[in-house]
Design a protein around this ligand. Sequence first.
Ligand code: ADP
Ligand code: MG
Length: 249
Amino acid sequence: MGILEVKNVGKRFGGLQALGDVNLSIAENSVHAIIGPNGAGKSTLLNCLVGKLIPDTGSVMFDGQSVLGRKPHEINQMGISRVFQTPEIFGDLTVMENMMIPCFAKRDGAFEMNAIASVASQRDIVERAEHMLEDMNMADKRDMHAAALSRGDKRRLEIGMCLSQEPRLLLLDEPTAGMARADTNNTIDLLKQISDERDITIAIIEHDMHVVFSLAERITVLAQGTPLVEDTPDNIKGHPKVREAYLGE
Ligand code: ADP
Ligand code: MG
């Protein structure tokens, strides 16, 4: 049994079957990549895991408990944290203030919006946020406005904000999209370090095959809303169906 078990999940938008019949098992403490062409249903699948969408059919179990019917913040408190396709940080706040938001949410079990309203100089929160900034190698940037960070550092901050909630499963939707190579490599190194040093499972949707092959232990290829194949990176690289469906050969 994986920490995440997706069984027969389907999702339709009007006449469009975005997800057909998705079965997916993600092993605890692994790095599992989900790849596939644009429109394959990758983000839709992720949205079904975090409560942003409710699948029409099937089940989603996290650590033996169903996530279906729970609100996004409840699923977050079960231990699933998600990094969005575009960074979800608050540009008007400093790096440190951004980092304090999830620390409040973790302590108070509050909604993010309540947590934003509570940002104040409370010692335990400051300590927790400072510690996380050090872990993320961002202590020197604590008083910068988040909007002024490089693309890679915005992502680094956002990943740190997720980690400060101590999730057991970290979901990332194309974390290196639009990044220059240097920022992409920094993000790869950061995710490797997180995976090595923490008791955490990482599921990553990614377009950049360099990122996928640098990080993933298992790869699921999604095509037209259905998993085409799931295997190790070495086997995926040579898989004829993958070359045909994904690489367009
Ligand atoms: P991917 O992330 O793999 O690129 P998506 O999951 O975003 O793919 O989209 C899968 C399909 O579902 C696409 O055809 C997309 O246009 C459609 N889709 C996604 N979200 C919605 C929505 N909220 N309403 C209608 N169609 C959607
Ligand atoms: Mg997507």
